[in-house]
Ligand binder design. Structure first.
Ligand SMILES: [Zn+2]
Length: 527
């Protein structure tokens, strides 16, 4: 008897120490539903990769995704929030029940065109945009999860609504604040956002990174013959250069956590004409609403000063904004429990060899292949590290939100670069998408079937997150999305890119269509 007790105790101790046994009940069913849709996950990932569209012009992408959702019973509303490529797809079962929204970005990066599966720089179309961020994969995660959950909601008669939506022009942080402003999330209980990564993870509180204001300053002066009568001109380009010089001196006296950078979008026409117009586009990034506003105000002062120095005038236009992010603790804890049940994908020797080849070729800090250990769920840093922004921040201050990051890319890449596109239509991305989709599907099951979780999520949002800081929208009722951005680039490259659109009816995978053997293990060719 005593021995039996001991054995039972030992068995229980072992069970709790051992890796999780895997999901059960409804969660096991949605996980099986995701596995059954692994082919669909690959087709969506590869298709969106092949469209290679920039922000505001995700036309093929949005058409493809919304058609797919309509074919699967979702009701689609297009052109939401003044964004031609913005849409919302909903499906409900029964009456009432929670409304759970799944979002992910869909846009690419300028000049990031890259053949997937080739471990060195080899663009599909030289100079063209590409998925050098990996935004081709998130909608595959969400759609596959939603379809697996939908199937079980029907079978088990679980009431609720699933809503899918895209992050439009995330690389310009220029879509989600408009979704929020125009009430797209009204009536929604919780948002699960998904983003490509090299591990399967989730966080709560304020993560590393910043929020930002993206603003273009446009100076106007007077043209004149640059040699014949330069004293009659007032150079708008001088104003841009003086503003930039002023800002670069100012940097020394700003917090190290700030991030600010600019590109000159109009530098005049030709040297013999004093530029009568010039423009410079700034991102001002900081870690709280107040600090972003301060930084932005400093930028405005500097623009006014530059205008005064040059006798020009200046106007400004906000092109995008992102609130600092804050993620929901109860939702993150529920998601992490599911992440532990999923674990990282079973990478093959080929996947690992390919990842190492890419890391070697691009000079990554470590040549260590793909992650095989799950990231932990940690309490947020008291002083979060600085870094990039994501306008999911605006959503995260509107309703309980988490971002689930899934392992569809290789660690150690530079980001916003052609190299980040290499893995994004290979087995690495396909496996990572399936793993992410399982974590999302199980967390949706939690939110649909556990009212206490949803109540805790709302409690955290209201009483903890909103205690010291409140959402400060950076756009007003009159602001419009800068839809003209990227238009010329897409018009220029779309015909060439269209020749490479993925045809899933003819080819099992996009690599097959391109005739690229996986894994391609070669060093960067010598020029
Ligand atoms: Zn992103």
């Amino acid at each position: 008897m005593r021995k039996m007790l001991l054995t039972t105790a030992l068995a229980m101790a072992l069970a709790s120490a051992a890796p999780s046994a895997g999901p059960s009940g409804l969660k096991a069913k949605v996980v099986a539903g995701v596995d059954a849709r692994a082919k669909l996950a690959q087709v969506i990932t590869d298709s969106v990769f092949s469209f290679s569209e920039l922000g505001f012009h995700e036309d093929e992408t949005s058409r493809y995704l919304t058609d797919l959702l309509e074919k699967n019973g979702f009701t689609v509303r297009r052109g939401v929030a003044g964004l031609p490529t913005g849409w919302v797809a909903t499906w409900s079962h029964g009456s009432g029940g929670p409304v759970i929204a799944l979002g992910s970005d869909i846009d690419g990066i300028p000049k990031a065109s890259q053949k997937p599966g080739v471990p060195y720089h080899d663009p599909m179309v030289p100079g063209a945009p590409g998925h050098g961020e990996g935004h081709n994969s998130g909608q595959a995660v969400n759609i596959v999860a939603a379809l697996a959950v939908k199937e079980q909601m029907e079978k088990a008669n679980i009431p609720g609504t699933l809503m899918l939506w895209p992050g439009v022009a995330e690389e310009l942080v220029a879509g989600k604040a408009f979704f929020v402003r125009d009430g797209v999330f009204k009536g929604v209980d919780a948002v699960i956002f998904t983003h490509v990564s090299d591990n399967l993870s989730v966080t709560w509180g304020q993560p590393a990174g910043t929020g930002l204001v993206s603003v273009e300053y446009r100076f106007t002066g007077e043209s004149a013959h640059s040699a014949g009568a330069p004293w009659r001109g007032r150079s708008a380009l001088d104003a841009v250069e003086l503003m930039d010089v002023g800002w670069n001196f100012k940097r020394e006296h700003l917090r190290p956590e700030q991030r600010s950078h600019y590109v000159i979008t109009d530098g005049g026409d030709q040297p013999n004409v004093v530029p009568s117009t010039a423009a410079v586009w700034y991102y001002f990034r900081e870690q709280s609403f107040d600090r972003i506003k301060q930084l932005y105000a400093t930028g405005n002062d500097m623009a006014e000063g530059a205008a005064k120095m040059t006798g020009t005038t200046v106007t400004r236009r906000i092109l995008g904004t992102a609130a600092p992010q804050h993620f929901n603790k109860p939702m993150a804890e529920a998601a992490y429990a599911n992440i532990r049940l999923v674990g990282l994908p079973a990478w093959s020797a080929d996947d690992q060899a390919f990842a190492r080849q890419v890391q070697k070729n691009i000079g990554a800090p470590e040549v260590k292949g793909l992650d095989t250990r799950l990231d932990e769920l940690k309490a947020p840093d008291k002083e979060p590290k600085s870094g990039g922004s994501d306008d999911i921040g605006d959503v995260s201050w509107t309703l309980p939100t988490i971002t689930i990051r899934y392992p569809a890319n290789i660690p150690g890449l530079p980001g916003h670069n052609w190299a980040n596109g290499i893995a994004m239509a290979t087995p690495i991305a396909h496996k990572g998408v399936v793993a992410g989709s399982k974590a999302v599907a199980m967390t949706v099951v939690d939110l649909l079937t556990n009212p206490r979780l949803l109540a805790a999520a709302k409690g955290y949002f209201t009483s903890v997150q909103n205690k010291d800081q409140k959402y400060v929208p950076m756009i007003g009722a009159g602001d419009k999305p800068a839809l003209e951005l990227n238009a010329a680039t897409m018009a220029r490259f779309k015909p060439a890119l269209a020749k490479f659109y993925y045809d899933p009816d003819r080819y099992p995978t996009y690599l097959d269509q391109l005739g690229i053997k996986y894994p391609m293990l070669v060093d960067t060719p010598k020029p």
